[in-house]
Design a protein around this ligand. Structure first.
Ligand SMILES: Nc1nc2c(ncn2[C@@H]2O[C@H](COP(=O)(O)OP(=O)(O)OP(=O)(O)O)[C@@H](O)[C@H]2O)c(=O)[nH]1
Ligand SMILES: [Mg+2]
Length: 325
């Protein structure tokens, strides 16, 4: 059986960062797999996780539990039956439905395959001060379905966010465990913790399956001979726009970073080619994080997620002007 954990958390809370850390610290003799689900269709997390040594399957383009969980089941079957990993980490989208995903994982068909252990929810406690997040059903359901809450981004915490976390915890913590972390840096031993009985937790049942993954099991790629393409996506009150550029396209470094910093959206993430090599761009709210990337994806890809309708055409023309070649 494959020991399995769901790693949830709102958009940009640090799920992928934490999974990368866990993979880097996993027992050397174990084979681990990651099933990563993204809201946008171009799929960035797959590129970030490539080279981490894990077996990897991506489900881009919306919550994986929707459409009766079919892409999720195909992804699970491939990973579990063909890969036979010792552990499977599942990252739903930041707008995912954890209760439904747990229902699928505990279905009788997976009983011989999956040993479901603790569900971890990454939380940026600053969001507990944000009315929009507090009113978001996905945000609340993720916290409700967790066995362990990981209060991440400790370096960004303030007296107010700590106070908000304390009062949230007093009210909703229950028998669960609260862990503090920075850069999703948590002990792999946490994954071994058992699932608590979540039957009494609020269920997200009745949520609108307004949006289903459109492309099944692979992030969008660029057709041959095409220099770039874009893909729009919307659901659960959010809009995403992603672009893919061929491997010969390079971007002006300063211009690209300014574009990513100033775009009027909630989330930016991408792996892009600049003259100096490959750069990972990752922005949640106003926090912009830039890193170099070693493993080369075959193309450049970047995705924006906004709560309100953004001027995608305007953002696109600005991005196209930043191409050097
Ligand atoms: N300051 C700070 N930044 C962090 C910390 N942990 C993660 N980040 C940054 O937060 C951003 C989002 O991290 P991800 O790991 O991509 O978040 P995610 O939850 O996987 O995001 P989605 O999959 O898009 O929902 C990145 O820029 C990370 O570098 C932390 O402890 N402190
Ligand atoms: Mg992620």
């Amino acid at each position: 059986m494959t020991k399995t954990n769901l790693i949830t958390g709102f958009l940009g809370s640090g799920k992928t960062t934490s999974i990368l850390h866990l993979l880097a610290n996993k027992p050397a003799n174990e084979k681990w797999a990651v099933l990563v689900n993204e809201f946008g269709e171009v799929g960035i997390d797959g590129a970030l996780l490539a080279g981490s040594g894990a077996l990897l399957k991506e489900i881009p383009g919306g919550c994986m539990c929707c459409v009766n969980g079919l892409p999720m089941q195909v992804g699970l079957n491939t990973l579990l039956r063909q890969g036979k990993p010792d552990r499977l980490l599942i990252e739903p989208t930041g707008l995912g439905h954890p209760k439904q995903i747990l229902d699928i994982l505990t279905a009788p068909v997976y009983e011989p395959w999956i040993d479901l252990q603790a569900t971890l929810c990454l939380l940026d406690p600053r969001l507990l001060l944000d009315e929009k997040a507090l009113n978001n059903e996905n945000f609340r359901d993720q916290l409700a379905a967790a066995d362990i809450i990981v209060a991440n981004k400790a370096d960004r915490a303030s007296a107010e966010s700590q106070q908000a976390l304390d009062s949230w915890w007093r009210r909703y913590g229950g028998a669960r465990e609260l862990i503090f972390s920075e850069q999703g840096n948590i002990a792999p031993a946490l994954l071994e913790k058992p699932r608590l009985n979540t039957a009494s937790l609020p269920s997200a049942s009745g949520h609108a399956h307004s949006h289903a993954p459109k492309h099944g099991l692979a992030a969008l790629n660029l057709p041959e001979q095409q220099r770039w393409r874009r893909s729009l996506n919307s659901g659960q009150g959010y809009q995403a726009c992603g672009w893919i550029f061929d491997a010969d396209t390079q971007f002006d470094t300063i211009g690209l970073l300014e574009w990513a910093r100033l775009a009027p959206v909630e989330r930016v993430k991408g792996v892009m080619r600049i003259a100096e090599g490959l750069v990972r761009i990752n922005r949640q709210g106003q926090d912009l994080h830039i890193e170099t990337q070693n493993v080369a994806p075959p193309d450049s890809r970047i995705e924006l997620i906004a709560e309100a309708q953004a001027d995608w055409n305007g953002l696109q023309s600005a991005l196209l002007k930043l191409r050097l070649s």
